[in-house]
Write a protein that binds this ligand. Structure first.
Ligand SMILES: [Zn+2]
Length: 181
């Protein structure tokens, strides 16, 4: 690593420790030429490969920007967008691949977005999966309905109806008290 002070092309690592729960490594370095010390931060790069073949580092804010567009006018707040982007990043990192095609990033967005807001999900899916007809929407909506039936998707936020609380059996009177004397 080149010294930022004197631009000596070499430096010596004098200390190395993990930070951010192991996501990054901070190294304390010393320059043999000028003797000054500096710190470098090392982070494994998760690359996204675009259709053109160009790769760029995975960027959570790009995920947020794309999802935010789909969430316009929907009851989704900034925290939820950030959380979703984190879920997407976790899913991609969990795949164990260092270079991910950009369409897989889109795929990783679909599932958590469906859980978050179904209207936003439909918007996003229509662009991402290039819906070309009303039938495409119908198919997707049928799929969503089936998920509701299976109980796979929680109701939309704001539409949640509390199930009636189970009736408490009168516990004040114990069965033994009713025994004949
Ligand atoms: Zn130096």
């Amino acid at each position: 690593m080149r010294c930022p002070f004197c631009h000596n092309p070499d430096s010596r690592v004098i200390d190395s420790r993990e930070a951010d729960e192991g996501a990054t490594t901070r190294r304390r370095r010393s320059c043999p030429a000028c003797g000054r010390r500096f710190t470098t931060v090392e982070e494994a790069v998760l690359a996204v490969v675009k259709r053109s073949g160009v790769s760029e580092p995975f960027n959570r804010s790009k995920v947020v920007a794309g999802v935010r567009r789909a969430c316009q006018g929907r009851p989704v707040d900034e925290d939820q967008l950030q959380q979703l982007a984190q879920q997407v990043e976790d899913a991609i990192r969990a795949s164990g691949v260092a270079e991910v095609p950009s369409n897989e990033v889109g795929l990783a967005i679909l599932q958590p977005l469906r859980e978050l807001d179904e209207v936003a999900y439909l918007r996003f899916a229509s662009v991402y999966r290039a819906f070309s007809s009303v039938e495409d929407f119908e198919k997707e909506i049928t799929e969503l309905r089936m998920r509701h039936h299976r109980g796979g998707t929680p109701p939309l936020p704001g539409l949640q109806i509390e199930p009636p609380a189970p009736r408490r059996r009168g516990s004040a009177r114990s069965p033994s008290a009713a025994r004949d004397g």
